[in-house]
Design a binder for this molecule. Sequence first.
Ligand code: NAD
Length: 295
Amino acid sequence: MANIAFIGLGNMGGPMAINLVKSGHQVCVFDLSEQAVASVVEHGASTQTDASACVKGAEFIITMLPAGKHVEAVYLGENGLINHIASGALVIDSSTIDAQTSRKVAAVLSEKGINFIDAPVSGGVGGATAGTLSFMVGGSETDFNNAKAVLDNMGKNIFHAGDHGAGQIAKVCNNMMLSVLMVGTSEALQLGIANGLDPAVLSNIMNKSSGGNWTLDVYNPCPGVMENVPSSNNYQGGFMVDLMAKDLGLAMDTAVNSQSSTPMGSLARSLYAMHAAAGNGGKDFSSIFNLFNKI
Ligand code: NAD
């Protein structure tokens, strides 16, 4: 069993840290929110007054923070964790951030003999709680293999995408495609409804035909077609529009950096930004369905 420091105990980090405790690891947790810390400590984790005390002696340091600026500040900022992590330890950053920041943090940490992988996740809060996340890892083969035993306690599918930053690139590619599938599925369902079709019947037809995709399989955006999905719960829970908009922003930055054409992703980003600006940022991302509502 390993000595692990876990920093960032929000919607995702909290349940991920709890799964590590349940697997028998010694886990020291820290978050700026005392309430977030308490909710993991009650499951058996320990805590300290600050993150730097938590990482002392840790073999693995896991972060699950909102954005690149938080990750850079936590590791490389004033009195950053770089000054407190033991040489030879492995940092696992599971936040969804830009690949450049991941590469920069990896390079600076390596100067102190600290290993790093970017390991963003897919699977949402449900996957974090159930321990069934997908991890997309960027880093060396050795670090990937060393991290696997820990990641296995929080996820079901652990992929090695390539060198530093590759995990983040895989994550934005996946979420860009998901957004396009969700928008396309929504407009096709609304077209059918506007022309007299029952959305459940149309969903079944498309899913067993060439239009079949993940959203029709497990995440239908039309209320009432599926039970236990956000669309049938007033678009509450699930994956927020604001987070999808953030990930699409990262995808667009990635496209600009590599001079790639991403017309579908670009349109999806605009639609999600518009949907968020209309006051839907806190709803599940399948609520984009309502953008095409004729009523
Ligand atoms: P969240 O806002 O719920 O949690 C972030 C936590 O980080 C908060 O508890 C905050 O207090 C803490 N934090 C911020 N700065 C800190 C600091 N300097 N030191 C210690 N703690 C600090 O966010 P989340 O939903 O858990 O998402 C975390 C990351 O995972 C994001 O990058 C997000 O894009 C990604 N992600 C989220 C989901 C999802 O469904 N929520 C799915 C996949 C990936």
